[in-house]
Design a binder for this molecule. Structure first.
Ligand code: HEC
Ligand code: HEC
Length: 573
């Protein structure tokens, strides 16, 4: 691995040479091809609307009055408590805030419109394959970033106290058969990998990245009542949390309830449980419990439990990786991380806290429609989503090593993980966790998509998730730039290819996985962005400039969507 790192500078030089004296310059942009300096000490953003992602600027109609493409519903729809962010109206019109905008809103994500074809052409298939195969996380038997943070560089130390005050990566991405992460010395780090249905749109691997999510509950959830670490206790607690988030019964290995003192299957007696039964109606005293030390803490009021909410102290770790092409030509997650993203629920917010917050936000919005949302924090400590969670991210520097994200780069995280209708307590992936099979969904994606997965049904209407996305959006990505998906699922006249929709119903990889050539192109396009360090202008590595996105859009312009689409949760398990 050290060897590979050593090669990096020469690789970059080589690229510059191939590109005729500027491997990453591109025409038409305002960028010189030199890497920009990112100031990590800043506590302000140039783009104060960075929490509104590029997806919101998508042109929903190719021509005035033409077919309507609605990728918006996936994020903005009706919500159910304790998510009080009802957002159907955002499908209808571009009511974007921008102080002093006057007639139109300018799209701040200018990277979308840059032509990177020269930069992409300058990178050979071999060069990109080598690049994405390098490990920029583990290094010489340790976690590279953690080592660097142990003696934090002054330019990363926002509060200047000589110590790193944020998250220091401590997952080894080395999972046992039950998905528990193991450090080099074999001890369990508390992180547990799970697989899930990727969120429709940008997060599907066909659109450029493979990602994974790990969850960790605090020590009390990982210990028995005697305070001793116990992974069986931990496994039950994770199942309790899964039941609460999905509001569904969750299968568990046969568990002795007497030892735990909790009637997990709610059959009125303590025996052997093979399921955690979901039942939660606290008004009439119908409630669930955690087990082990967390049960004691819950009873003492130091921990909380409610449907749709994670307990305080819950952490998520999320690596976003390049796409790699395996020897057999299939597309798999690369070793190299584009980003490492982290979230922690620092404190509890009850249903009424969250409801009040949403009402206050709505009043604020009505009074000051052009005032950007405020998220406090900095590059060292992460940003607070005003609902209990702190988010923080790391991204490649120009040489491909992970560095903290600036305030502005982190502001980008906050809209998706705070005020969207689409999340459950700020989280996307866990409500979409897979179940079944011997591992019951507790495994890492590292082997690619492990088994053939059907297109999942949605709760209530029973419609298929990804097929519905394709039908509402009439494309496989928000920007309709994924020509491979377009050609696979739609005829030139826009009609559906019935055989491909039928194939998707039983196997989601038909949609989720790109061809090797597309995977390489997307990795090259994103690598060009890395060398520029221009993430503040957008971090989408597009194969070609976005043609279906507004560079400026009339304020309050109608999208053409007349009836908002619903986006119910998946019917899982
Ligand atoms: C991947 C998720 C996602 C998609 C898809 C998406 N948006 Fe958004 N949108 C956001 C986030 C995040 C915000 C900022 C936080 C918020 O307002 O909830 C936002 C904000 C907005 C706002 C400003 C709301 C305000 O109160 O300031 C509008 C208007 C909007 N989106 C319209 C759209 C439209 C129209 C589409 C489809 C063309 C769309 N969005 C697609 C995530 C998304
Ligand atoms: C455009 C919306 C969007 C933005 C912006 C965004 N995320 Fe996410 N995030 C998601 C989605 C969707 C997932 C689930 C992954 C999947 O479906 O593949 C996710 C997953 C996560 C997770 C795992 C827990 C969960 O919610 O499932 C963490 C932690 C996280 N993101 C942190 C961040 C950080 C830090 C940033 C900024 C650097 C960020 N996110 C920016 C949409 C977003």
């Amino acid at each position: 691995m050290n060897m590979r790192f050593a090669c990096l500078p020469c690789l970059t030089l080589l690229l510059a040479a191939c590109g005729g004296g500027g491997g990453v310059t591109s025409s038409g942009g305002d960028n010189t091809g030199q890497a920009q300096q990112v100031n990590l000490l800043a506590r302000t953003a140039t783009n104060t609307l960075a929490y509104i992602p590029p997806q919101c600027f998508t042109r929903t109609q190719d021509t005035e009055g033409g077919t309507v493409h609605n990728p918006c519903y996936a994020c903005h729809a009706a919500s159910s408590e304790p998510n009080y962010n009802n957002q159907q109206n955002l499908q209808l019109a571009y009511s974007l805030p921008q102080a002093g905008a006057g007639q139109y809103i300018v799209n701040p994500w200018t990277n979308l419109f840059k032509d990177r074809s020269a930069a992409i052409a300058a990178i050979s298939d071999d060069a990109v394959s080598q690049y994405v195969a390098q490990d920029n996380y583990l290094d010489g038997g340790g976690i590279a970033l953690a080592k660097k943070l142990a003696s934090v560089p002054a330019s990363w130390d926002v509060d200047g106290d000589g110590k790193w005050g944020g998250y220091a990566p401590d997952a080894w991405f080395n999972f046992d058969a039950r998905g528990y992460d193991r450090a080099a010395d074999g001890h369990a780090t508390g992180w547990r990998a799970f697989s899930y249905y990727p969120f429709p749109g940008a997060f599907m691997p066909t659109n450029g990245a493979f990602d994974d999510v790990l969850i960790r509950l605090p020590a009390a959830f990982r210990s028995n009542t005697a305070g001793v670490e116990d992974l069986d206790v931990y496994g039950v607690n994770l199942a309790v949390v899964e039941a609460l988030i999905k509001r569904a019964d969750i299968a568990i290995p046969a568990t002795d309830e007497t030892a735990l003192g909790v009637d997990l299957d709610n059959d009125g007696k303590l025996g052997t449980a093979t399921v955690v039964k979901y039942h939660w109606n606290p008004v009439v005293g119908d409630n669930m419990s955690y087990v082990g030390q967390a049960k004691t803490e819950l009873a003492a009021g130091r921990l909380h439990l409610a449907a749709g909410l994670f307990p305080e102290g819950t952490e998520f770790l999320h690596s976003v990786r390049y796409l790699a092409v395996a020897a057999d030509g299939s597309v798999v997650p690369a070793t190299r991380m584009k980003e490492l993203r982290y979230g922690r629920k620092a404190y509890w917010r009850s249903y009424s806290d969250l409801n009040l917050q949403a009402q206050m936000d709505a009043i604020d919005k009505r009074k000051n429609p052009d005032t950007p949302e405020i998220y406090g924090g900095d590059a060292e400590h992460g940003l607070n989503n005003n609902k209990g969670w702190t988010y923080q991210g790391f991204i490649e520097d120009k040489d491909g090593k992970l560095r903290p994200q600036s305030y502005e780069e982190t502001l980008f995280c906050m809209g998706c993980h705070s005020t969207l209708s689409a999340t459950e307590d700020g989280a996307f992936a866990f409500p979409r966790k897979l179940v079944g099979g011997s591992a019951n969904g507790w495994y890492h994606w590292s082997s690619g998509i492990r088994s053939v997965l059907p297109d999942p049904k949605r709760k209530g209407d029973g419609k298929l998730e990804y097929s519905t996305y394709l039908r509402n959006n009439r494309a496989g990505d928000e920007f309709r730039g994924n020509t491979e998906v377009l050609a696979r699922f739609f005829n030139a006249d826009g009609s559906e290819k019935a055989d491909q929709f039928a194939a998707l119903a039983s196997d989601v990889s038909v949609l989720l996985l790109p061809a090797a050539s597309r995977a390489r192109t997307m990795s090259k396009a994103y690598w060009a962005l890395v060398m520029e360090q221009s993430f503040a202008l957008g971090r989408d590595g597009l194969a070609a400039p976005a043609a279906n996105v507004w560079q400026q859009v009339d304020e309050n312009r109608a999208t053409g969507v007349v009836t908002p689409e619903a986006a119910p949760r998946l019917a899982l398990p």
